[in-house]
Design a protein around this ligand. Sequence first.
Ligand code: D5M
Ligand code: FE
Ligand code: ZN
Length: 500
Amino acid sequence: MSDDIIVKFTNANILVNDKAYERIKNHENSNNFTDSLIEELSYSDKDIFVLTEEILDQFLKGGDPEDIILDNGNSDDLITSEIISKHAQEKFSSGRPFDFHVIQDTSKKSYTSGEIKDFSSYFKSRFEKLSGFLDKRGELKDHRPINRIRKTEDVVKIIGMVNDIINTKNNHKIIELEDETGTVNVLIHNENHKLFEMAELIVKDEVIGVTGSKKGKFVIASDLIHPGVPRIDEKPMDFSAVFISDVHIGSSTFLGDAFNKFVNWINTDFGDDEQIKIAEDVKYLVVAGDVVDGIGVYPHQEKELVIKNIYGQYEEAARLFGKIREDIKIIIAPGNHDAARLAEPQPAISEEYAKSLYELKNVEFVSNPSIVSLDGINTLIYHGRSFDDLAMTVKGLSHQESDLIMKELLEKRHLAPVYGERTPLASEFEDHLVIEEIPDVFHTGHVHINAYKKHKGIHMINSGTFQSQTEFQKIYNIMPTCGEVPVLNRGAFKLLKFSN
Ligand code: D5M
Ligand code: FE
Ligand code: ZN
């Protein structure tokens, strides 16, 4: 009988210490008790573990045996430490198991032959992906292709890409909409205030749904529908993630003192008790582009550089990021100042230029945009170049409030909806800038001004900069927020200031 118990536990990869074994053996229904223990404990992700009296107590109390297993690492009661699996040892000795993986990276996938046919397959891909989201919207149920709309019709539902937006003499708006079958003009009356306001946020090349009626040449819009994002549930988070961007190492306006303070904080050597507590929790540092200032990014840039070659800039970056404690994973995406193809999607920063940065063991390089999972918290990283286009073309959107832009991009389900303006987009076979997965965190930079808002459960973060105002920014009256670092601390947003 008691041999059976041992065999059962052994087959289940569970070692039983003497005291626990005595108690199980003396249980009135030892066989059934063994079975239920094995069933409960086999959910553990450890290869082998030791069943102790405490675990048994926990089990009998109806608690989760896992809770106590984690606390038991140093207990003398364990038979020996050698028999704990290597896997478990790694997990416990570092004390910080990482669950990091890259969900979307276009570094290698992204290519283009540069031929005209790429251009049409690019737009076809964009249309297919975005109309796919709209197709699921109840408001657009039974929508029809544009060439199937009759001359006069009371109820019209269509999906199309915005070809053009025209403001009429009487202050109405006409949106020219196109699908694979044809084009149609959608009229938005200025008396329909709410709809007109919505229409002001529509940009060229985005894909929208329209409901309305057909009269003569026009579809008179009663509603405009974005692909949209559903509200998401907040995920539990038992660590801190830190977000920075636009460090601009190599520039004479790079704020080295503030950055050093930041590094000291993240290493738990600087800050008040509460701040140090947050730092102790940090597992991930995400960098959303413009790590260095680059060279030849704008005319006469050399006058504003203290490190005038790109290799030297990345070496300095490696020296500074190399001071960060090694048990923090650093994830780096490129921006428009980094050494990577400028056209988006930008592949990861080139190893050729950033050799010493690549030598740091705790750094991961990803594309712009990319999606990474930080212990299950899905983070969409995008530098934010397209913000320039949106701030320029859309009334009410500005660099100062990039949270409003981020919200629009989420609702449009596209990171750079306007094609052919300042944001160079690679005409690929596939549109990689469609927001296909709903992230938990949407992290951007580029504008050098911090922003934070939660939209339908998604943390939208712009991580500001470590560069003081440049000559260029003076001309455009851009007032950067410097050395202000957003942190998600166990799900709560905090902004830590290192600028003075
Ligand atoms: O961008 C730094 C800041 O300058 C940011 O606020 C955007 C703005 N910027 C940069 N390039 C342009 C263009 N071409 N037009 C308008 N505004 C721009 P950074 O990428 O760090 O140079
Ligand atoms: Fe920048
Ligand atoms: Zn930038």
